[in-house]
Design a protein around this ligand. Structure first.
Ligand SMILES: NC(=O)c1ccc[n+]([C@@H]2O[C@H](COP(=O)([O-])OP(=O)(O)OC[C@H]3O[C@@H](n4cnc5c(N)ncnc54)[C@H](O)[C@@H]3O)[C@@H](O)[C@H]2O)c1
Ligand SMILES: [Zn+2]
Length: 379
């Protein structure tokens, strides 16, 4: 794809939908029911913030015409056309991917943990810019923007600099949008949190975008036993194509008996849950051996609980941790994933299907039915 004309893309799937806060973002006059089919609805794009310290400036990257109510549910890639006066790390003409926003000023941001930003709630769900305005308006009224720091289902996205990840110009722009959330999450859970040594074993529960990214990452760092678990054979087939050395259909096979067979009774070193199902998280914990690490990324509903055995398992010295967005610093991690892709070690193009803008509703339907893992709208 190097040298081809960059296309603007929008990924139609929703990242982190189930981690929505209980408190709803501000209501806007032009919001529409999420069940309604998408339609192109013209809105006015605001300019990037110019010279308004101490607010951060905005960077503008072009994406796909969209309905304002769903304007926030995509991750995307594009080309920067304009920057605000406070923007320092992004230039006009840069090829960029959008990721989750963060404040950049709190203790966690400054400690290199921006995905645990203390102001993450306002950054991701505040649906406004730091000065209280929005990136879009219609008939003089504000249209919610910056959902998940992005709101990029529009011809132009106007976002904070911290949401922008500059990428190599020789990477195929139309593929890169999905890197901003689910792929970042699964790969980061493995590469940033588990950090498995070559030759170790991992089991990944759930073969969706997040699970597939984890399987590819585990293969990239030479885990020798990589087990994909799902309840659909078609997903498991793709899991094998992406790096799983073994698969288990937990709806038709005895999970623990299969795990024992695969590991020769030694249990696994690492387990990842992407299903957000409490009983599966417990299964994942039970699959671990001594010093095993269980990472949960599936977005369970608020109040959901899991119980773990802590009597006999105490001597295993195992770890349970929850992880957001792969604990990544997106500006560092996403270019690394692109480098792995270039080396054929992160073949996420196998998850992507591209749709024209006219077919965007088909993309949503294919995502909802599970027929396509990462629908991307390109134009
Ligand atoms: N923590 C984060 O920062 C973060 C970021 C992005 C997404 N997420 C969350 O990660 C989760 C996974 O996202 P996704 O896009 O891969 O979703 P997905 O729906 O595409 O994949 C989930 C998979 O789990 C499988 N599954 C369902 N029940 C199962 C069971 N009992 N045993 C084994 N597998 C089962 C499904 O068949 C499906 O293939 C979601 O909850 C999403 O909201 C979290
Ligand atoms: Zn912060």
């Amino acid at each position: 794809m190097a040298g081809s004309t960059p296309r603007r893309t929008a990924q139609t799937t929703w990242c982190g939908s189930r981690v929505l806060p209980r408190t709803a973002p501000p209501a806007y006059r032009h919001a529409r029911p999420s069940s309604a089919p998408l339609a192109v609805d013209p809105v006015q794009a605001s300019s990037p913030i110019q010279k308004a310290p101490p607010q951060r400036g905005g960077a503008t990257a072009p994406p796909a015409p969209r309905d304002p109510a769903r304007a926030g549910t995509s991750t995307r890639s594009g080309v920067v056309e304009e920057v605000g006066s406070d923007v320092r790390g992004v230039q006009v003409g840069d090829h960029v991917v959008l990721g989750p926003s963060y404040c950049g000023k709190c203790t966690f941001c400054r400690s290199g943990e921006p995905m645990y930003c203390e102001n993450g709630f306002a950054e991701l769900f505040g649906c406004r810019r730091p000065d209280g305005t929005t990136a879009f308006s219609k008939d003089g009224e504000m249209v919610g923007s910056h959902f998940f720091g992005q709101s990029s289902f529009a011809t132009y996205a106007n976002v904070s600099e911290n949401s922008v990840i500059v990428v190599d110009k020789d990477a195929p722009l139309e593929l890169l949008g999905p890197l901003g959330c689910g792929l970042n999450t699964g790969a980061g859970a493995v590469l940033n949190e588990m950090r498995p040594e070559p030759g170790t074993s991992i089991v990944v529960f759930g073969s969706g975008a997040v699970g597939f990214a984890a399987l590819m990452a585990a293969a990239a760092v030479s885990c020798s036993t990589i087990i994909g678990v799902d309840i659909h054979d078609s997903r498991l087939e793709l899991a094998r194509e992406l790096g799983a050395t073994h698969t288990i259909n937990s709806s038709t096979q005895d999970l623990h008996a299969e795990l024992e067979k695969i590991t020769g009774g030694r249990s696994v070193n690492y387990a990842l849950d992407t299903t957000a199902i409490s009983s599966v998280v417990r299964d994942a914990a039970d699959a671990l051996g001594t010093r095993g690490v269980l990472v949960a990324v599936g977005a369970a509903a608020p109040g959901e609980e899991v119980s773990f055995e802590v009597g006999s398992s105490l001597t295993k010295g195992w770890t349970f941790k929850t992880v957001i967005e792969g604990s990544a610093v997106p500006q560092v991690f996403i270019p690394r994933l692109i480098d792995l892709w270039k080396q054929g070690k992160f073949p996420f193009e196998k998850l992507v299907k591209t749709y024209s803008l006219e077919d965007i509703n088909t993309g949503f339907e294919d995502s909802a039915s599970g027929a396509v893992i990462k629908p991307v709208v390109a134009y």
